[in-house]
Ligand binder design. Structure first.
Ligand SMILES: *Cc1c(COP(=O)(O)O)cnc(C)c1O
Length: 429
């Protein structure tokens, strides 16, 4: 059994790696139907049918409207409104709720940067609340302490693919008269108490960026059940300022439109994928269950926790390693050893409050706007230490495996399991 002895030697120290990275296959949800649709759009020459004036095409072309109809039905939302990225979707959402400059929106720092910049784009101010160490989502027990006279909304994120604590968030929103926006970029197809992620708040939505479960390279979709918010989103998407007068729309707040329109190619590529999402999410859950099985014997490794009233889309499978104070082992060493074994692990995610944008408070121009200026009534604190849980998790605890980066096979998951066994055996035994 000298063979096994040899195999247990870490690849980092010259042993053979547990997984051959050359065998990894990029996740690719583009099937034959998406390709056929794209070819037919190209042949038609009609790559976008949006018109920036008041007519049927104001709401998008043939494929855009088809995709929106199919999405509204499948995800059980009154309105589904496509956009050219989910970053655009978030910007449109914050504008659509009628935010005023200097208003505050509560969100999480453990997310992708666009969650919070969507707030700054309307000269409103993000206020960061710490996360729950079990789910990595905003800690609902800490929101209330951050609500002020200026708070207008809560922007929750379903990080890694698990829906946030929507009921608790909505109770707080009702109590304080706040709107709720959900960033469900990473949780398409996940459910919270039987309802789809992204459809549980005033406005929510998904990203269709290349890195997500389903995609068109770039793209996104907003969901709402409110006809006024839907119209606001549609107006902001397509040069609102030009059409509001002819529409007879007399609410001009944030009707500074943009061009957030999705093209016909993207919509035609996405339409078949909407129907495949359930299977794609199911496979991510299978992979997560297999990982749970293979990784559960590594002492001190904390595996993902899924609340019983919701499902997880497992965009990312995130684990916490033992604290360095207890183990004497640095995360970077463990991560490097795993990468040498062929396991593509990431360390932490982001602490966006610590980005230079917030540390220096330089966004629009060089003089601190929108934090400074006549509309701002309160100093917002972005110091290191305001979100200790998110900071510790990002800096030293989480190892993450992207489950939408590659289409892992069962064998590769077993090999990942073996890689962890080898690494744990060396560092934590
Ligand atoms: C991907 C992502 C976004 C941005 O989506 P784009 O479509 O790339 O603009 C926003 N928030 C989160 C949490 C994301 O993962």
């Amino acid at each position: 059994m000298g063979n096994i002895q040899k195999e247990m030697k870490l690849a980092k120290f010259g042993g053979s790696s547990a997984l051959n990275p050359d065998t990894l296959v990029k996740h690719n949800p583009i099937g034959a139907q998406s390709i056929a649709n794209a070819v037919s759009v190209l042949n038609s020459g009609r790559l976008s049918e949006f018109v920036g004036e008041w007519c049927d095409e104001f709401f998008g072309g043939t494929w855009v409207q088809k995709l929106e109809g199919k999405s509204a039905k499948l995800f059980q939302s009154q309105y589904a409104i496509t956009v050219n990225s989910w970053t655009s979707g978030l910007v449109a959402a914050v504008g659509a709720i009628g935010i005023e400059p200097g208003d505050e929106i509560i969100t999480t720092p453990y997310t992708m940067s666009a969650t919070a910049t969507s707030i700054l784009h309307w000269n409103a101010l993000p206020v960061f609340v710490d996360i729950d160490p079990r789910t990595y989502n905003i800690d609902v027990t800490k929101i209330e302490a951050s609500i002020t006279q200026r708070t207008r909304a809560i922007l929750a994120v379903d990080i890694y693919g698990q829906p946030a604590d929507m009921d608790e968030i909505k109770i707080l929103a009702r109590k304080y008269g706040l709107k709720v926006i959900t960033d469900s970029a990473q949780s398409p197809g996940a459910k919270y108490k039987g309802k789809y992620a992204g459809t549980l708040s005033d406005i929510g939505g998904y990203s269709f960026n290349f890195h997500k479960h389903i995609h068109s390279g770039e793209g996104g979709i907003c969901f709402t059940d409110d006809p006024d918010l839907a119209l606001n989103l549609q107006l902001i998407r397509n040069h609102a300022e030009v059409v509001v007068a002819t529409k007879g729309h007399n609410n001009y707040v944030n009707m500074l439109g943009h061009n957030f329109r999705m093209g016909e190619l993207e919509a035609s590529i996405l339409t078949p994928q909407i129907g495949m999402l359930e299977i794609i999410v199911q496979r991510r859950n299978q992979l997560a269950n297999l990982l749970n099985l293979h990784l559960s014997r590594n002492s001190g490794l904390e595996l993902p926790i899924v609340a019983p009233d919701r499902t997880h889309a497992f965009y990312t499978y995130a684990m916490k390693i033992p604290r360095q104070e207890d183990s004497g082992v640095k995360r970077s060493e463990v991560a490097e050893a795993l990468r040498c074994e062929g396991v593509p692990v990431a360390e932490g995610y982001q602490n966006i409050h610590l980005l230079p944008l917030y540390q220096k408070k330089i966004a629009y121009g060089s003089n601190g706007f929108p934090w400074s200026g006549t509309t701002n009534r309160r100093e917002i604190d972005y110091s290191k230490g305001i979100c200790p849980v998110a900071e510790e998790i990002h800096e030293s605890r989480v190892l993450a495996l992207g489950l939408c980066t590659y289409d892992f096979s069962d064998t590769q998951i077993e090999e990942i399991g073996f890689a962890f066994e080898k690494v744990w055996n060396y560092y934590y035994k």
